[in-house]
Design a binder for this molecule. Structure first.
Ligand code: AMP
Length: 219
């Protein structure tokens, strides 16, 4: 079983790569962003609270995110289902809460994998990113979306996320630098960090990740 964290700025390809890995490694992708967007769609109390932060590119407060943490992973642990966390943890308290929870479950994190992409490339990708309403897959159209384009995975309708607008993108990057980048050091000091070059085409990045995962301990 593998328990993997994907680290990387917004637009670094965490979601795309997690989608590829989940087939190859029979793992589930747990995207906290997708989970929160689903709560917003359902107009739940959690969705209502999360939305005010997400629309501005801010992080949803730790107490909310840590509060849903065991909802996120527990059921996979009990089914011995490998999982890939996309977008969690995003702060030091979240990382500590996750490791604490794994310790209580008497299991270990396989690795925190950093998908390394320069910031200028993140801005370029996010501002041309379209997301499938149906399956959440993303596609980049740097020269503008062709009028009748649909999702390449499922044929669903494509939309531009509210937080993929220019000012919000810049704020998300600022938030990433301040809150999430320190996690790189945190996991490095614990000997859990792996890095992959995330600048290039998705296939070669996937190959770099596969190479790393080959050598990870399984439990
Ligand atoms: P993502 O789809 O991962 O880019 O997440 C979209 C937005 O959801 C983020 O900009 C945050 O507002 C919120 N979010 C997702 N995961 C977390 C998390 N672990 N902690 C705080 N906020 C989160």
């Amino acid at each position: 079983m593998i328990r993997l964290i994907l680290l990387g700025g917004p637009g670094s390809g965490k979601g795309t790569q997690a989608d590829r890995m989940k087939e190859r490694y029979k793992a589930v992708k747990i995207s906290t962003g997708d989970l929160l967007r689903e709560e917003i769609r359902r107009e739940s109390e959690l969705g209502r609270r999360a939305r005010q932060f997400m629309d501005k590119g801010e992080l949803v407060p730790d107490d909310i995110m840590i509060g849903i943490l065991d909802k996120i992973t527990q059921k996979f642990e009990s089914r011995k289902q490998s999982y890939i966390l996309d977008g969690f943890p995003r702060t030091l308290p979240q990382a500590e809460a996750l490791l604490e929870m794994l310790k209580k479950q008497e299991v270990a994190l396989s690795s925190a994998l950093l998908i390394d992409v320069p910031e200028s490339e993140l801005v370029r990708r996010l501002s041309s990113r379209w997301t499938c309403k149906n399956c959440g897959a993303t596609v980049g159209y740097p020269d503008g979306k062709p009028r009748h384009a649909v999702c390449g995975q499922c044929g669903g309708e494509l939309y531009q996320r509210d937080d993929d607008k220019k000012e919000t993108i810049l704020n998300r990057l600022k938030v990433y630098r301040k809150n999430t980048e320190p996690l790189i050091r945190y996991f490095e000091e614990k000997g859990l960090l792996k890095r992959v070059n995330g600048f290039g085409d998705p296939d070669s990045i996937a190959a770099g990740i596969a190479e790393i995962l080959e050598h990870l301990p399984r439990t």
